[in-house]
Design a protein around this ligand. Structure first.
Ligand SMILES: [Zn+2]
Length: 309
């Protein structure tokens, strides 16, 4: 009986926000967040914070914190929005979009607008792309096991747009990010580096699965998609920021590169590529990522040339 009275009391003191604890979060949303999450807007492509995110963890609903997507289902669709080929079971609801064509996806718990789902595009074996606004999500990173399955390699071979373009195509490469390394300026802008006073080289960060592609295989590709014999830059791009270099993480990588250079030299190439210790990598801003895919064109100074026998 005591319990029953308590229960009645509880019911009578409850209001809407007790029933839906996330409703109080609505007032904390920014205007941009409200535009997407409540009014079903779409953020501009290539600007969301999770478009290129590669950390392991769980993506949760910005409004109600419900877990929605595991990072293992995330893939790079080059669409400009985070893409997942699967959702956590029961986490999302598919509803017909008001446009009468697309299928909208919302958080099954709170109804927050997430994005749309597309099927049959052939990106991954699941053949499904949940195209989600970054702004609808939070990422809870798995700090303790962050990126355990991923390895990182750093190559500088002239204009990073072209190096990224070709290395991205290799099986086992999860992502290639254009950026800068080797200089003395923190967080350099593209124009600072172009003005050639930062010491940075245009460098790509290759994120790869070492059980699918070896470092040596990556490095071989690097030597065959740029000209390692050019000492003053790459193609028409002349200057220290365009020099050929490999930034190495450890002795194994140093030895692998030395061996490949010896092999090239025995094949008659005078290799100008430097071996440098890895230092801090600074990603270039979004307008330099996936440059050729966005423009729908092909690199002007990189191409494949067979140099190893
Ligand atoms: Zn939610």
């Amino acid at each position: 009986m005591k319990f029953f009275i308590f229960f009645i009391l509880l019911l009578t003191t409850m209001n809407a926000s007790d029933l839906k604890p996330w409703t109080k979060n609505i007032e904390q949303l920014s205007d941009e967040e409200k535009y997407v999450i409540l009014n079903k807007g779409t953020e501009r492509p290539f600007v969301g914070k999770y478009t290129h995110e590669k950390s392991r963890g769980i993506y949760t609903c910005k409004l109600c914190d419900a877990p929605l997507f595991d990072s293992s289902s995330k893939f790079d669709s080059r669409s400009g929005w985070p893409s997942f080929d699967d959702a956590i079971e029961g986490a999302i609801k598919i509803v017909p979009d008001a446009d009468g064509r697309r299928e909208e996806i919302v958080c099954a718990n709170c109804g927050a607008h997430l994005g749309h789902v597309f099927k049959g595009e052939g990106f991954t074996p699941k053949n499904t792309r949940h195209c989600v606004n970054s702004i609808s999500l939070n990422l809870v990173k798995k700090q303790d096991q962050k990126d355990v399955n991923l390895s990182y390699a750093y190559f500088a071979g002239g204009c990073f747009w072209g190096v990224e373009y070709y290395l991205q195509k290799l099986d086992g490469v999860k992502e290639v990010i254009s950026g800068f390394m080797g200089g003395h300026v923190k967080n350099p802008s593209y124009y600072e580096v172009v003005r050639s006073n930062t010491g940075h080289l245009e460098t790509v960060e290759v994120v790869y699965e070492s059980d699918k592609i070896s470092y040596e295989k990556l490095a071989r590709a690097f030597f065959e998609i740029h000209d390692p014999t050019q000492a003053n830059g790459q193609g028409p791009d002349v200057g220290e920021q365009y020099l050929s270099a490999v930034f190495v993480n450890n002795d194994d990588e140093t030895n692998a590169i030395k061996k490949l250079i010896e092999e090239l030299e025995s094949n008659g190439y005078k290799v100008a590529t430097k071996i440098l210790p890895k230092s801090e990598f600074y990603a270039a801003d979004e307008s330099h990522q996936d440059y050729y895919e966005k423009k729908g064109s092909r690199p002007y100074c990189h191409g494949y040339t067979k140099r190893f026998k």
